[in-house]
Ligand binder design. Sequence first.
Ligand code: UDP
Length: 412
Amino acid sequence: MLQLVNTGRQSIHSYSEIVGKEAINDLKRLAKPLHNLRVLNINATPYGGGVSELLRSVVPLENDLGLKVEWRIIAGDEQFFKVTKEIHDALQGGHNYLNRQHDRETYLNYNFINSHEIDPDNYDIIIVHDPQPAALLDCCRSRGKAKWIWRCHIDTSQPNMEVWEYIRNFVAIYDKAIFTMAKFVPPDFSQPEVAIIPPAIDPLSPKNMALSHKMARNLLSWLGIFPHEIFITQVSRFDKWKDPMGVIKAYRLVKKEMPDIHLALVGSMALDDPSSWATYSKLTVEDRVDPNFHLFTNLTGVSNVEVNAFQRLSKIIVQKSIREGFGLVVSEALWKETPVVAGNAGGIPMQLKGGGGFLIDTIEECADKILRLMKNEDEAHALGVAGKKYIRENFLITRLIKDELELFKSLL
Ligand code: UDP
């Protein structure tokens, strides 16, 4: 069997204080005919990145609603994850660096090995997340009685066509494909049928739960960020599409006018992202020369609660993405009423529709908007408040669960 990820237990009732009793009753009504529905989620990593963030909340909450939901991860070696990262990058519009024969063999071999660890007859629905395990269904001895869903979390609106055509063959045999936005559906996508479901954040998870300023300050001073320091933060994997180098350049421009400003880059090393190490080493050079620049990772003790503190106490959260799937970090920051300056990419604009901050395309614009918000505290505060309201109405986990349950119902 594929390795199971233990997600503990959560109670859906705890959310009624935030979204109202009626919304919870709706979920219970929807879930009733789905009682004991066996759902398997498969992805490539149990931590680091948005997919694991989502599953950590969705799985226990759907279980609490009476479904039988599991989350399992595929196994692979470094070479496999190097290949799947290349596929990920190419599907987001990067170059095709894959070696046609050798890399495709690696991809298929691991999908084949992993597929033999699944018995599709044990499930009613199997959700395969992102391209890493996309070939599992093709490799499985049988599709069994389960309905198979491919859930794409990345921006595949302008994919490298050679790589997309390769992956498309595996995706075409699924019963359904889910994308975050309609515009992410690749140009020639004819099958399977598509559903559009944007992700969401969990307001009660350690990353987003209420945290007093005192506690947040304590957490950060353990990391060397002190209460009097004025800082901005970007929280994201060390991935070229998140443009950490661009953030540093924008920060340097801001620093010319505000020499006391600090920048924190908080990044995580996901299992399926071997290239993050190279980016990390580049950043450590910067870390050594500038005392106002701080680099943190999940490997040095910065976990969910610390990320919560960063997002809460930063003057601004920056997310200078060039390409983005959804960008959960934007909703996470807004939930804490922290304004955001973020790349005009992927799912980010959809989260800033209600206010919340500014969209930028260049390093200079990024620096300008940071300075503007630094100098206008009232505007920054108003944007944060409006942003939170919009996230409450559109991007909380209960809405995501509702969308998923409706989809399951339509499939059965
Ligand atoms: N994250 C984290 N620690 C880090 C970096 C990222 O916990 O050091 C989390 C972040 O808070 C968010 C998720 O990883 O919940 C990233 O999701 P997003 O959709 O922003 O980007 P992805 O990594 O999926 O491209």
